[in-house]
Ligand binder design. Structure first.
Ligand code: IMP
Length: 435
């Protein structure tokens, strides 16, 4: 069984690193592209010939006809949103339905999950979720009150599957106006589900067979390590395992089915929602990163918090995921800055500097970033296709970044389009990406 060719792509920061572009670039070399966690909180942007596609639940291999698309059991799905996404792709000439398999074990995001998410976000303990019902859907799964896609194939018992979770939400919220009664909810769900019923199946079995036959598999993470429910900045995280462990639980494949791990990070740092972010720049520099980098959420349109590249969090993510190489994205956004920075550690109130990523929310308080400042560059990196074409200051910046993270760069993106990027000599992606 050939695992060597199977590759995982994982975010190393707080999401929005540009995973969509990398998956889209690599997809032609893979037979299967797999999502294994998260839901329509994700927004993966792929730009093809200047045209932008935002994918939320469909794997980013959607734009390549030869790719079979698998939604694993660790994913949570909103079928109404999925229908819209497929329609949008089809109207632009991408037939996806025939290539899509939805795991019978994936959980459904239901209206009462969304109502609960939004109700909580209206209270004092808000964490800035996307409001898509992701947290409550995973909670119901863990509480054994979730509803799986496979349950849709048993309409006679569907109301009984949904009722316990639905009743708990009503108990907590009263009877919110925007929540239909259970009978209507079930009816509407069955209606929305009808076109998807033929796509529901044994994704674990399909992937196992593909692995056995040596057909290459690309695993596409959503969100990122610092948003991982266990290894992120808890409680300001999403509700799934976005780091490597989630790949195995979310597909049912064992670790030996995986070859390499490519970690994706932006050349600077962004975050949406509340929670610690020591690198955040609340000044004109942060504003410039946001405007030049178009740092507004793909899913919610919210402005992203921006700051210099954070070495310790990215190193933590590399360790957590066993990253073999980095894809550094959006280097061109730093073009024209007089000076650029890399966070190399955190200084506490007593003056001590540490590279450790705190495990508790309280331990982040009062940490100040230790920033290594480097000369910026005026010649553009935008569109560069060879490292040798980068200004020397940009190359020096990347070298420091690699040292701080202790991981080599395997791909460098210099613009949103497929053609804009460099493949360093010695990269393990040689042979998978055009040089
Ligand atoms: P939830 O996933 O909607 O529950 O949101 C929890 C946290 O994760 C919030 O801070 C969101 O902004 C963040 N989040 C969820 N999905 C993404 C994503 O795809 N990119 C960036 N942040 C995300």
């Amino acid at each position: 069984m050939g695992a060597a060719g199977n590759l995982a792509i994982l975010g190393l920061q707080w999401g929005d690193e540009g995973k969509g572009k990398v998956v889209d670039l690599l997809a032609p070399r893979f037979r299967h592209v797999v999502r294994f966690q998260g839901g329509n909180n994700a927004g993966h942007t792929v730009v093809v010939k200047g045209e932008s596609f935002a994918l939320h639940q469909v794997p980013s291999g959607a734009l390549h006809e030869g790719c079979l698309l698998v939604v694993g059991g660790g994913v949570v799905l909103n079928l109404e949103v999925l229908a819209l996404e497929l329609e949008r792709l089809e109207s632009r000439g991408f037939a996806v339905r025939e290539r899509l398999l939805l795991s019978e074990k994936a959980h459904l995001i239901l209206p009462h999950h969304i109502a609960l998410d939004r109700w909580r976000e209206g209270g004092r303990n808000r964490i800035g979720t996307t409001g898509r019902g992701i947290g409550p859907c995973y909670e119901m799964k863990a509480a054994r009150m979730g509803v799986r896609l496979g349950d849709l194939l048993h309409p006679e018992t569907l109301a009984d599957r949904i009722r316990p979770g639905f009743d708990e939400v009503l108990h907590l919220l009263g009877s919110p106006e925007d929540l239909p009664p259970l009978e209507r909810l079930v009816q509407e769900l069955l209606q929305a589900a009808t076109p998807f019923l033929p796509l529901i199946g044994d994704a674990q079995g399909r992937l196992f067979e593909a692995w056995k036959r040596g057909e290459p598999i690309l695993f596409e993470g959503a969100q990122a390590t610092l948003l991982d429910i266990d290894h992120g900045t808890y409680p300001f995280v999403t509700s799934s395992n976005c780091s490597l462990g989630g790949l195995f639980t979310g597909t049912g494949l064992p670790p030996k089915a995986l070859g390499r791990v490519l970690g994706i990070a932006k050349a600077y740092t962004t975050r949406v929602g509340a929670g610690p972010m020591p690198s955040e720049l609340l000044d004109a520099t942060g504003e410039r990163l946001r405007e030049v980098g178009h740092e507004y959420g793909t899913t919610t349109g919210r402005p992203r918090r921006c700051g210099w590249f954070d070495g310790p969090i990215t190193a933590h993510a590399c360790r957590t995921n066993g990253v073999d190489g980095l894809a550094i994205m959006k280097l061109d956004v730093l073009d024209g800055f007089g000076e650029v920075g890399i966070v190399t550690g955190y200084r506490d109130g007593e003056g001590g500097v540490s590279r450790r990523v705190p495990g508790c929310a309280q331990d982040w308080e009062g940490l100040r970033p230790e920033i290594r400042r480097l000369p910026g560059w005026s010649a553009p990196t935008r569109g560069a296709r060879r490292l040798a074409d980068l200004p020397p200051e940009a190359r020096a910046y990347l070298q420091v970044l690699e040292e701080v993270v202790e991981t080599p760069i395997a791909y460098l993106s210099t613009g949103p389009d497929r053609e804009e990027g460099c493949l360093p000599g010695g990269s393990f992606l040689q042979g998978l990406l055009p040089a």
